[in-house]
Ligand binder design. Structure first.
Ligand SMILES: [Ca+2]
Ligand SMILES: [Ca+2]
Ligand SMILES: [Ca+2]
Length: 509
């Protein structure tokens, strides 16, 4: 099957003209995850997917549920007022599930937003002095531009228009600061968690950017500050992101509409990705107001971290953002022979596995079949034989409690973590670097140091651990303080300009 896949993929590759595989590193905008990774979406931040997460709910008593999180609007400076950040009312935000392996969504959760302005005469924006300038609840009239949203579920039963699960849910204001938004989590964060008729929950609003990575060193020609567990700088420290989180019963996602009998049952794995779409026509009126009309067009997409950033070539990144997983065969050649692993070979002087990289295809595009390496009972396989890039969550694999999670997921022996879905805690940067370098048991010939010890030196979210309750992502950083990452930058090496070198002992010098 894999050889067939490879041949088909090569055939598809010829449909696109042969491209220059060696892109200057500076042409890539952001490494893991997906913060402004493609040229067009980097100029449309409010529709930009940054990370997608899918995991069995970690809150005690919620074992029968799955939590899906789609993050948008990257690198929000918490002090970016007076408009601050909210979802874009003209964007359709969606979380999609394929439970049959054909790359087509079977279930869709749609989120559509609407913003009101209470007082248009203020010079401020999201908040103003309508009463006492303190937003002490979601319905406080000092929340001057309250945003609400509806949630619609579409499946084969509800038809194309779907079923509205709820509406009028309030998005909390951004975390402006201790005077305007005091006791943020208690007053505004937790009250914005709403119950759904299916027994699940939903939340949409600003959160701490939990995704941690030393992006600066990666794009400085892989000039990593550290390849150990520590010593890197979390570039996203102190920044926020806008999260849509929904918790749904397991049986609402599976092909059988039941809880799978075991982790190897045919209905145990579901595929998850998130998208953003805009209507095809935008009209700018003479008075500066804007309208949009026409069909929805997908302009952003995110399943697995890493893929559009470091696997898809620059000239196809925008197209990839518009692609459905059903058509992913066109992208498979770049997974089978990724540029970045060759670059790592060049920069680090390491041997990487030769193409075709069927190990990477399994992780990202077909799922991992049950095998002797991962042992009985473990599989993320969900595919009709074609590559479809999205997260694959086996909903029958037991939960690892937050306190016992291993950041390296499967590579660290924690089978509940990436690439079985993705939890916020999972260190997908280190996992991805090691996978690309062939430092995993799937490629035994290269599963040695330093290939299997690579990392960016950032091993946790510096703001602290996850919340122990839905929506798990932490309270957003507040605007009236210096960003912590600003304080660190001057204290660390940034100016050597030297690429790391691997010595004969296999260690970096
Ligand atoms: Ca399907
Ligand atoms: Ca953070
Ligand atoms: Ca890391």
């Amino acid at each position: 099957m894999k050889d067939l896949l490879y041949k088909q993929s090569l055939k598809m590759a010829r449909i696109f003209t042969v491209m220059t595989l060696f892109i200057a590193l500076t042409g890539l905008q952001t490494f893991a995850s997906s913060h402004a990774e493609a040229p067009l979406i980097s100029m449309d931040r409010f529709a930009d997917n940054t990370d997608t997460y899918a995991f069995r709910s970690l809150e005690p008593g919620r074992e029968g549920f799955v939590t899906l999180i789609a993050n948008y609007i990257p690198l929000q400076d918490p002090s970016g007022g007076p408009q601050y950040y909210r979802f874009n009312d003209t964007v359709l935000y969606e979380i999609k599930i394929d439970n049959t392996g054909d790359g087509l969504e079977d279930i869709v959760y749609q989120f559509q937003f609407s913003t009101r302005t209470l007082n248009g005469n203020t010079v401020l924006g999201m908040s103003t002095v309508n009463e006492d300038a303190v937003i002490s609840s979601l319905t406080d009239i000092d929340y001057n531009m309250p945003q609400t949203y509806s949630v619609t579920r579409i499946d084969t039963r509800s038809g194309r228009r779907g079923m509205v699960l709820g509406g009028g849910f309030i998005v909390p204001p951004s975390n402006i600061g201790p005077r305007v938004t005091p006791n943020y989590e208690q007053n505004l964060g937790q009250p914005a968690v709403y119950n759904l008729p299916n027994g699940g929950k939903v939340f949409a609003g600003q959160r701490d950017e939990y995704f941690y990575i030393d992006v600066g060193s990666v794009f400085d020609g892989l000039n990593l500050n550290s390849i150990g567990a520590n010593g890197g700088i979390d570039t996203t420290q102190g920044y926020n992101v806008s999260s849509i989180a929904i918790e749904v019963p397991i049986q609402e996602l599976t092909r059988s509409r039941q809880i799978p009998a075991s982790s190897t049952a045919p209905d145990a794995v579901v595929g998850v990705w998130a998208t953003a779409s805009r209507r095809s026509v935008t009209v700018i009126n003479a008075d500066g107001t804007r309208g949009s009309q026409g069909a929805w067009r997908q302009i952003s997409r995110l399943g697995n971290p890493l893929v559009n950033e470091v696997v898809i070539p620059l000239r196809l990144k925008d197209a990839f953002n518009s692609l459905s997983p059903v058509n992913d065969a066109v992208a498979a050649p770049f997974v089978l022979d990724p540029e970045l692993s060759r670059l790592m070979s060049f920069v680090f002087g390491i041997t990487v596995p030769p193409a075709p990289r069927n190990d990477l295809v399994a992780i990202f595009a077909t799922g991992i079949p049950e095998n002797s390496i991962t042992g009985p009972g473990y599989t993320t396989f969900l595919s009709d034989g074609q590559p479809h890039e999205y997260l694959r969550l086996n909903v029958a694999i037991p939960i690892t409690p937050i306190a016992n999670q291993n950041r390296l997921g499967l590579l660290g022996g924690d089978i509940a973590g990436f690439p079985n879905g993705r939890r916020p805690f999972d260190d997908v940067t280190d996992i991805g670097l090691r996978a690309l370098a062939g430092g995993t048991p799937f490629t035994p010939a290269t599963n040695m140091a330093p290939n299997n010890t690579l990392g960016d030196g950032v091993s946790a979210n510096p703001e602290g651990p996850l919340l122990t309750r839905f929506p798990y992502l932490r309270t957003p950083n507040q605007g009236n303080q210096p960003r912590s990452s600003n304080q660190q930058l001057s204290e660390t090496k940034r100016d050597t300009g030297n690429l790391p070198v691997v010595g004969t002992d296999g260690l970096f010098k």
